[in-house]
Design a protein around this ligand. Structure first.
Ligand code: MG
Length: 217
């Protein structure tokens, strides 16, 4: 059973939703076009990797990128949640890595195939512990960063999201329905790059939580 920790208490994880192409500078760095509605893909719960666990890169890829992202933990579920109520459905805030086998994804995009092998492998959904949302104003902009071997690789600021948090939650609830325990990866800023065996990775949601992983050699 897949679990995360919310203020130290284990919480079962339901669906893992991810939003792609949600920061303009990242859309540009990969040569993609901005989307007219949120671009959604899913990861299996078997991809979850909590802070402190080792990341094992898939043998079939030579180019696994880190994508550091704010991650939401949904509390009360719902369908057709209006944007004005959406932030009240967040129970936890965390920081995570949407690990992406970029070479596999590029081939899938060319062939019009799903991204699952590029985005859903074991260890592809790294996530920190979660901080209770009631202790934070969930509507505020959040800043976050990713360091690899002590050097900053990515900085994020959720005020730059193309589809803001309330829009994402409302949209997912309309199309898929949201349930307690669902996770939402909200998209990555620019600076994505490859991880190598032995890398030491630290993600930080400023003022709230940090997470650490080592890439297995
Ligand atoms: Mg991503």
């Amino acid at each position: 059973m897949a679990v995360v920790r919310l203020d130290g208490v284990e919480q079962h994880v339901g669906n893992i939703f991810c939003i792609g192409r949600n920061y303009a500078a990242h859309v540009a760095e990969l040569g993609n076009q901005q989307e007219e509605e949120p671009l959604v893909f899913l990861k299996p719960t078997s991809a979850l990797t909590l802070s402190g666990q080792d990341i094992v890169l898939p043998a079939y890829s030579a180019d696994v990128h880190h994508e550091c992202e704010l991650v939401l933990l949904i509390g009360k579920g719902g369908n057709d949640i209006p944007e004005v109520d959406a932030l009240s459905h967040i129970t936890g805030l965390g920081i995570g890595l949407d690990l992406t086998a970029r070479d596999v994804q590029s081939e899938a995009k060319k062939g019009g195939k799903p991204w699952t092998k590029a985005k859903g492998f074991r260890h592809a959904a790294c996530v920190s512990d979660f901080v209770a949302a009631e202790s934070v104003a969930a509507g505020q902009p959040f800043t976050f960063s990713l360091q690899v071997n002590g050097a900053i690789r990515q900085r994020g600021d959720t005020s730059l999201l193309l589809f803001p948090l309330a829009t994402i939650i409302s949209y997912l609830s309309q199309v898929y329905g949201l349930n307690e325990g669902d996770l939402i990866y909200t998209g990555t800023p620019q600076g994505v790059a490859a991880l190598q065996p032995g890398d030491v990775v630290q993600a930080q949601l400023d003022g709230l939580v940090t997470a650490d992983w080592t890439v297995s050699a």
